[in-house]
Ligand binder design. Sequence first.
Ligand code: ADP
Ligand code: ZN
Length: 435
Amino acid sequence: MLDPKIETMERPELEALQLKRLQKTVRRLYNRVPFYKNAMDKMGVKPSDIKVLSDLAKLPFTTKTDFRDEYPYGLVAVPKDDIVRIHASSGTTGKPVVSCYTKKDLEMWGDCVARGLAACGVTPKDTLQVAFGYGLFTGGLGLHYGAQYLGATVIPTGAGNTQKQLMLMQDMDTSVLVCTPSYALIIAETAKAEGINLKKSNLRIGVFGAEPCSENMRDDIERKLGIRAYNIYGLTETLGPGVAVECTCRKGMHIWEDNFIPEIINPDTGEVLPPGEKGELVLTNISREAQSILRYRTHDITSLVYEKCECGRTHVRMDRVGGRTDDMIKVKGVNVFPSQIESILLSVKGVEPHYQIIVDRRDGFVCDDIEIHAEVSEAAFTDNMSNLIGIKNELVATLQSVLGIKATVKLVEPHSIKRSEGKSKRIIDRSELNK
Ligand code: ADP
Ligand code: ZN
């Protein structure tokens, strides 16, 4: 454990620390960020009203739209000269979401990531290949500095150039691979095509994040790479990767509560839900200087467990994120996330973890029909026709019985679905398909 004093702090003490930091943050924001002063005035709440942790619910939410409206520096609480780094999220339309950091913020971020790496068994003796994208995206540099903070060796390959990744991985004795689950699959596929057996290499741990990954998908990656894989979660708005990471118990991701206060809300009403219930994750920064965000609505659906973990850490654990509310589709009245479909696809032998969901949208996320394109393995593809029909029928039946949706399934040839070195796009509008 990197910081046992903080990571195993008894909850009353941890919560007292959170309250102190929250009060300080709210006072600073009220005095320095007009956006928050206006929002709090509108709700009739003053910094002095925050007396206990549950008073957090009196504070305004912050949304992605607020980031866009306040672009570029509207949410910043320090003089511009104190900013030493700026990241932005990959948003495809409009202005990007900007995240600013002071020197101290970068140290805090490095500490969060380093604690997380240590929690999943990475030591200063390890060599990490950081194959997340570098640049404005927080993934590459976030993991880079975290690994450096831990004292491990970093190979900053970035995403892409897979053959070179494989060469370096073998020559440099890489022991930890950091990337998106999608890219881990490309690496596995390329290794296989090149006749490289990574199970014989030094690679032992995968730290994967930035997009949803079902348990079945994780099993598949672990089998193909011969590693144990851990989940890392984060978002540009509140920091970047390292907000939460799995420990070796793999029973949820620890959120570093000395830096964040998580809440779960009902996404439709904004009401705070009791511990254990599933809903939208809302995060508040309580230790960031440049840009502390109050009650950020992540759109990510999860639930929280407050019981002490078997690893000894007391910090709350969040369940894996099945998807963002904006990725949810409603098929004839049934709400589904791509990761639920992924889980079913991978439960059927002969189906590979490469798929796309083609939707005909009616109104927002409501669709009349979905068509799932799923890749089959080479072995299944060269098998006889009746086996392929069997796979297809099994998929249709399982989707119907487990999720209650009626979907058209199309099995497609191996390697025919576009791979992604970053985050995969699972849902495709039919109108986009024909372009
Ligand atoms: P963008 O919004 O452009 O995708 P970010 O990197 O800030 O850029 O994305 C953060 C989002 O990525 C999170 O809100 C969440 O939806 C998703 N995400 C990050 N890590 C994970 C993870 N481990 N599991 C599932 N989803 C994740
Ligand atoms: Zn734990």
